[in-house]
Structures are given as C-alpha cells and as structure tokens.
Design a protein around this ligand. Sequence first.
Ligand SMILES: CNc1nc2c(CC[C@H]3O[C@@H](OC)[C@H](O)[C@@H]3OC)c3nc(N)[nH]c(=O)c3cc2[nH]1
Ligand SMILES: [Zn+2]
Length: 374
Amino acid sequence: MTAIRYEHIKTCKQTGARLGIVHTPHGSFETPAFMPVGTQATVKTMSPEELKAMEAGIILSNTYHLWLRPGHDIVKEAGGLHKFMNWDRPILTDSGGFQVFSLSKFRTIEEEGVHFRHHLNGSKLFLSPEKATEIQNALGADIMMAFDECPPYPATYDYMKASVERTSRWAERCLNAHQRPHDQALFGIVQGGEFEALRKQSAKDLISMDFPGYAIGGLSVGESKEVMNEVLEFTTPLLPEDKPRYLMGVGSPRSLIDGAIRGVDMFDCVLPTRIARNGTLMTSKGRLVVRNAAYKRDYGPLDENCTCYTCQNYSRAYIHHLIRADETFGLRLTSYHNLHFLLNMMKQVREAIRQDRLGDFRDEFFEQYGFNKP
Ligand SMILES: CNc1nc2c(CC[C@H]3O[C@@H](OC)[C@H](O)[C@@H]3OC)c3nc(N)[nH]c(=O)c3cc2[nH]1
Ligand SMILES: [Zn+2]
C-alpha cells in the first residue's frame, strides 16, 4: 500500500488541465498546488499558523541543507521533520541532487554517487542514492524524491543519454534502499533535458518501477519559457493519469498557469519569498518594488485586490519604510503577501478548471498582470 493516493476530480474541457486531490498520511491537498519552500525547516519568516491561515496545503524542505545542518540524526531524534518544525500537514523533501550541482564546486559524478565539497566550509562530502534515501527516511517527509542528476543546461545528447540512464539506475537503488519507516512515498524524477526521445526513455524506465508519483526534473535551469512549455507538452502525457506530477523548481505566476494547462499538479519555487526579501511584490497589476521612492507617501495597500493580512492592515508607505530601515517585520509582511498571492492564484486556477475555462483565466490574468505588454 503506498502512503499517498492521487484522486482525479476533473479535467478542464478548455485546456486539459486537471483538478485533483493528493491524499497523504498528514492530510490531503488540492491540485494544481503551489508548495511554499522551507529549505532549512522553515518557510522564511513565516509561522506554521500563518501558513495555515493562507491555506498552504503542503510545504517543502531540503535534504541537502538539513543533512549538513543540523544533521538528519538530530531531526530524527527530535521526532522527525513534522515535529521539529511544528507542521502537521504534508511535507515534501528533495533528494539533494540539485543542490550538489547548483551549490558546490569540485564535484565528480561516479556510478556510486557524487563526491563534492561542502558549499560553506569546503569539507569533502559524498552523496549516493542510498545516502539520500537514508537521510530522507530520517527526516520523515510524506513525499521524498529519488536521488538524480539534474544535468547542466544546455547539455549534449550523448551527455544527457548517459545521465538519464544513470539516473534510472540510481532510482532503482533508491527504491531498494527505501526503508518506508512511515510508508513515505518515493517519487521518481524524469530527466532528459529537451530531447523527446530521452524524456520517453526516462519516463519508461521510471514507470516500470511503479513509483507512486513522478517529478519532471531538469527544467527551470535557464531554458526559455518556450522550451519549458514544449518539454512539458511531450513529457506530461507520458506519465500515468492516476499519479501526481510535480514540476520541480517552478515558479513564476506565468509558469504555474502554463504548467497547470499542460497537466502539472504540483509546483515549488523559492521565488515569492526570495523576491519578498528585497521588497519586490507580486500584485494583481504586476510586480511592485515597494522600496522605490514612489511609495514613500503612498498610503494605500500593496494590492487593492488582495485580502491578505498585509494588505488589510498596512500601507505601501509603512512597508516602504520598514524595508528601507531593514526591519525584519518588513520581510514578514512582504513574504506573507507574496505567498498568499501565489496560493490564492492557484485557488483561482482550480476554480477555473472547475468551470472549464482555464484558458480564458490565463488570458485575463496575463492581461491584468501585464505579461502581454511588448
Ligand atoms: C529552481 N529550479 C529548479 N530547482 C530544481 C530542483 C530543486 C528543487 C528543490 O531545491 C530548493 O529550491 C531551489 C527547494 O528546496 C526544492 O525542494 C524540492 C531539482 N531537484 C532535483 N532533485 N532534480 C531536478 O531536476 C531539479 C530541477 C530544478 N530546477
Ligand atoms: Zn496582500
């Protein structure tokens, strides 16, 4: 019995996007879903109560970072990640593969695993499918990811083919090493870059191992929006309809909507909290940089169409002041708004699917957000 189950509710007649529910041991969440990222066991500056108030259904944490600090053994001794961070809803952890390739230098990839340097103190480290699985079993997230190589972009066909074949062998090793302490669900990660034949090979290999869910990896690594959409168009149909599909590291409002239209169920991205920390806000009229002098005497809300705690209680002038004064409360207010904005946008996406009009919603949203401006 796998720990998670995907319940398909309906498919949008206008676009092919799907409305669903993912059931996990720590509760269920509706899809398409945006998953706030809490890399170091916290969604930066937000409390679990605030995340619940904005209806976050599932959050992420990161294996690579928690392994290095505080150590997965400490999280396990503390009762696991849910207890440690006081979050009793679903959690997903990545396998750490991406951080090895994006954060550390001097790495060498071998069949056994990856040798690399600690990105802070330069000490020698080694991650393998078995090690990444052991760490995630200790953390205890409801959904864990197979250890994969997220290849550099762009990559040659030959490099990508060898990488896909190794990632498939690594996926098998993760399955064999998975102790299922709380019957955690292990997702396979489809690779293959922009090569359709390799995406097909990767999907075929992983589907033969019968994972309870599948991620689409190797995207949001510098490719254009057009390439991402093209890869999604020939990759999501390869995946089983009765399993969740997770597009890793995505993303912006546009990418979430375009991904949902192409059959993706789950998304994660650090963008909303990362840009919030330098005072950039996502609003219904496009981006707003609240630290700009223009807002010094602007006493209205960040976004007059927003119902969030920040927009109900504080003005642009006040938040402008806090950000300029480097006050931590300013980061909390901007993070709260951006997370609420994306979570609320996904609620509107799910409603548009219910009404078979996600294509119309896309056009309206892009117009209002200013995406159609030349
Ligand atoms: C940003 N673009 C992007 N991120 C990506 C991540 C990290 C997400 C993870 O990294 C942290 O955010 C950077 C989050 O903690 C997230 O956790 C799941 C990926 N992870 C794996 N294992 N394989 C991939 O192919 C992959 C591709 C990505 N593209
Ligand atoms: Zn708001």
